[in-house]
Design a protein around this ligand. Structure first.
Ligand code: PEP
Ligand code: MN
Length: 339
């Protein structure tokens, strides 16, 4: 339920309604928009009657919002969310490219690849320090040492960094080092983690769960925003389907315009984890631009056959350069595309 206030409402009038919402057992979230002040009623509002709130002085209207995600929805936040990460405008008309190795393996490896992706024109450097691996015997990441390396390298080459937090203890560390905190597909419904990241001020990228519906994905983002963190980026990274013979996952491109209709949050595509195939990262990236995604996140490695994580899906830096050149040629009309 959303309670909309008249333009000339007073603070005591708003406060009275806020207290009434608390009395009902729900949580009032006051949103002071440019045009309207509203109270977003969070929690189980199914037993509340709009007419009981309409009668309060200062209230203009009471709207029942049918969707389970209110804060990340467009209903009362029609304008796109734009997030500035060290000068990179995410969610703007600019198509943002995040690139780097799947995992931070060493200072030398990270620096080499970071220099190469910077030269190619990428905006943000990726690299995992905490790696959630299906196999216990796979490389699990350099943890704190990896974060330190990534930060040093990011500063050296002049790129903001994104890296994954896998649980609450790694989140505290990642928050100290990263410019964007990544929540991976396996943690999309780790509600404790979502709650914890919601308490932070850092931008967060939440990847779609590999078997999550769009509703579940947006509801996961709602957990983060409800905590007070509104700097959220969504990332479609492919979902599990019946045919994994040729691709690791199935990139749900239809999710991009669907999510953009439902939500004001920026939405990215990860063609690397989405397909597991370096040979089709280029067309997948171009398709992401064409369909209106706000950017892509791409695995890049200069020695994929030696990579400690996901080497089979990484593209070479020269391939990233080719993609960047192609992206520049395909500027979106008018004023869209790479600056
Ligand atoms: C990653 O980006 O390194 C990663 C682990 O991705 P996902 O959570 O999509 O599998
Ligand atoms: Mn990976």
């Amino acid at each position: 339920m959303l309670i909309v206030f008249k333009k000339d409402h007073t603070h005591p009038q708003l406060e009275k309604v806020r207290q009434e919402v608390i009395k009902s057992g729900c949580k009032p979230h006051v949103l002071s928009g440019l045009y309207k002040v509203t109270i977003n009623v969070l929690g189980d509002d199914s037993k509340l009657r709009p007419e009981d709130f309409k009668k309060f002085e200062g209230v203009e209207d009471v709207i029942m919002v049918g969707r389970p995600f209110k804060l990340v929805g467009r209903d009362f936040h029609p304008k796109n969310t734009e997030i500035n990460v060290k000068g990179v405008a995410i969610g703007s008309d600019r198509f943002v490219v995040i690139a780097g190795p799947c995992a931070v393996e060493s200072e030398e490896q990270t620096l080499r690849i970071a220099k190469a992706v910077k030269k190619a024109g990428a905006d943000i450097l990726r690299g995992g320090a905490f790696k959630p691996r299906s196999s216990l015997y796979s490389f699990q990441g350099l943890a704190l040492e990896g974060l330190k390396i990534l930060k040093r390298v990011g500063e050296k080459v002049g790129l903001p960094i994104i890296t994954e937090a896998v649980d609450q203890s790694s989140l505290a560390l990642v928050n100290d080092y990263a410019d964007i905190i990544q929540i991976g597909t396996r943690n999309m419904q780790n509600f404790q983690l979502l709650h914890a990241v919601g308490q932070l001020k850092k931008p967060v990228m939440i990847k779609r769960g590999m078997s999550a519906t769009i509703d579940e994905w947006l509801q996961a983002a709602e957990y983060i925003m409800n905590g007070g963190n509104d700097k959220i980026i969504l990332c479609e990274r492919g979902i599990r389907s019946f045919d994994s013979q040729y691709t690791r996952n199935v990139v749900d491109f239809s999710a991009i315009p669907v999510v953009q209709k439902l939500s004001h949050l920026p939405v990215f595509v990860d063609p690397s984890h989405g397909t597991g195939r370096p040979d089709i990262v280029k067309p997948m990236t171009l398709a992401s631009l064409a369909i209106g995604a706000n950017g892509v996140m791409i695995d890049v490695h200069d020695a994929p056959e030696q990579a400690l994580c996901d080497g089979a899906q990484a593209i070479h830096p020269y391939e990233l350069s080719e993609i960047m050149n192609q992206l520049k040629k395909l500027a979106r009309p008018p004023g869209r595309g790479l600056a």
